[in-house]
Design a protein around this ligand. Sequence first.
Ligand SMILES: Cc1ncc(COP(=O)(O)O)c(C=O)c1O
Length: 384
Amino acid sequence: MAFTLFDNSGLDSPIGVLASDRPNPLEFHHQLAGYRATALAEDNQLADDLGCEKVWLKLELRRFGLPSFKFLGASYASYLVLLRRLDIEKLSPSLDDLAQRLSKQRQFRLVAATDGNHGRAVAHFAGLVGLPSKIYVPTPTAPARVEAIRAEGAEVVVALADYDAAVRQCAEEAGDHDVIVSDTSWQGYEDTPRDVIEGYQTIFAEIDDQIIRRSVQSPTSLVVPAGVGGLAAAGAKWISRQTAPRPSLVAVEPTTAACVTVAAIAGRSVSLSDAQQSSMVGLNCGTASPVAMERLRPVLSATMTISDDEAGQEVRRLAGIGHEVSESGAAGTAGLRAAFHRAPDAAAAVFGARPIVVVTEGVTDPVSFERIVGRSPSPVQEDE
Ligand SMILES: Cc1ncc(COP(=O)(O)O)c(C=O)c1O
């Protein structure tokens, strides 16, 4: 398991300036029914274990009734791509207005590939504006995840191979009235994945507010689980706007799907040749998103790769302190712990005394949770 350090000393100005025609993501999410900021909790157990002053957890376990942060990017990007398809440039209609306008058109359909959460979030947004959706998932995908996407009203297509294959199949099969909402980019398809990254800024706007309200010293590092790198890229934008000394940014990946690490070393996105089969399902991606890497690379301090066992141990520990999460959700704290274990001096220098970790997912596969923790997950409280 590797802790790889990168040189980010060239970063001198904020990255990813929001185009003036884009709504502010936090304001956009605020006006949607069901918005609430997620909690910023302290993990004193982990802080004690690592010898840190504090470890914060940004708990992205529930957003708009879905069990991860993904709706933030999917909703913002779906909204903007639909405005473009309708040639609405200046207005910012409400979702009800948008649904009304859409009902007068030949029907669009939202399509996406996903390793779980993104597709479910796109399908949920489609339902809110009265559109059908078609979501491509890799083989294998846990039945509970497929069912959750179907329950949003989507048609689910099980691709013959891994996440990258699902992305390709989705792009190839899209017809004229299909609107692709992908969280990863490829040549000629970049606006929507950039908007997805932008939508994640809401997490960081909330963190700013939570840190200021508590009058505590700011975080020294940000730790995020990475799949195609979109969430990490959003973190990079946030970090680039902080005053010096800026927090360092560490992306955590499964050892078997370390596409962000490979892209950061190579200086470009490279497709991994092996199929990705980590239990950290949301991170099972073989190719980093080029638009994410553009933002991420100048800011990235380090990446950490971890095993499924390490993620599982953190699922168990976090459940013990009241946070029920998936293996992907636990990857950030697992990476932090593993780095301190393997390279204590380098880890102390990179993470500093006050890391903040984004815990990206609640329980999405109860069978897997029960196998790891030895009990079933608690029923979800909708107002958590
Ligand atoms: C639970 C979870 N955590 C983290 C990620 C990583 O996000 P990204 O693919 O933007 O790097 C994903 C992506 O699907 C996810 O589902």
